[in-house]
Design a protein around this ligand. Sequence first.
Ligand code: API
Length: 269
Amino acid sequence: MRVPFVKMHGLGNDFIVLDARKDSLPAMTGAAARALADRRTGIGCDQLVLLEPSETEAFRMRIFNADGSEVEACGNAARAVALLHGERARIETGGGPITLEPAQGGARVEMGTPRFDWESIPLAFAMDTANMPVGWAELENPAAVNVGNPHVIFFVEDTELVDLAALGPLIERDALFPKGVNVNVASLVGPDHLRLKVWERGAGLTRACGTGACASAVAAMRRGMTGRTVTVTLPGGDLVIEWRADETMVMTGPACEAFRGSFEWDDYA
Ligand SMILES: N[C@H](CCC[C@H](N)C(=O)O)C(=O)O
């Protein structure tokens, strides 16, 4: 079976998008997602995004990391899907409903409400998630936030001095995080301006992480480091995160279609 795809990215965090909203596709498996994500023997991506019909919202967005794990949320993919869909829509995700719409040069996504209690991250045991009494090498006293998916955030003087390629996988798979975790290293580089690097659960170092930008911005706001609208500079570029008075987060930033193609399903299933 020949399957069409759209290759997209948000600040260089890249996706294979499969659209099964009208014509159904064979059931996606972790193994198929992993094979398609392989940058040498497959199409290559950080995440595979599958659009399906929904009983409750305009449609459903499912997300598979490059390692094949299916996860709850992906901020950059939400902006790419907004561009593809072409109009404002409230959609179903594993992390809860979000509302996305195309905006000048990209998209705007209402990302839902962050959760801070330790069981919602989740953590393996009770802990103050605003300032956790834990550390790995020079990274210590992080915050933890669930923004549909789990994030731990370390605030440091200079993100460039942190060997995130070495520390990221250790923290991602630490027993403190029963569902794994996305590892964020952020520094305050100006008023309401963070610099951020992310080791993503199931994907490793990426050029940008939309949910990581949301989680890190909210964690900084909780610590009184910034106001309620923050620019987050990632290796791939900038996102603007607003934490509204009603507790919902809004992320605005670029999204891009790179190319379209098709593949033989049986070669990857
Ligand atoms: N690695 C994430 C999913 C992708 C998130 C990221 N690409 C974004 O833009 O939010 C996780 O396992 O929760």
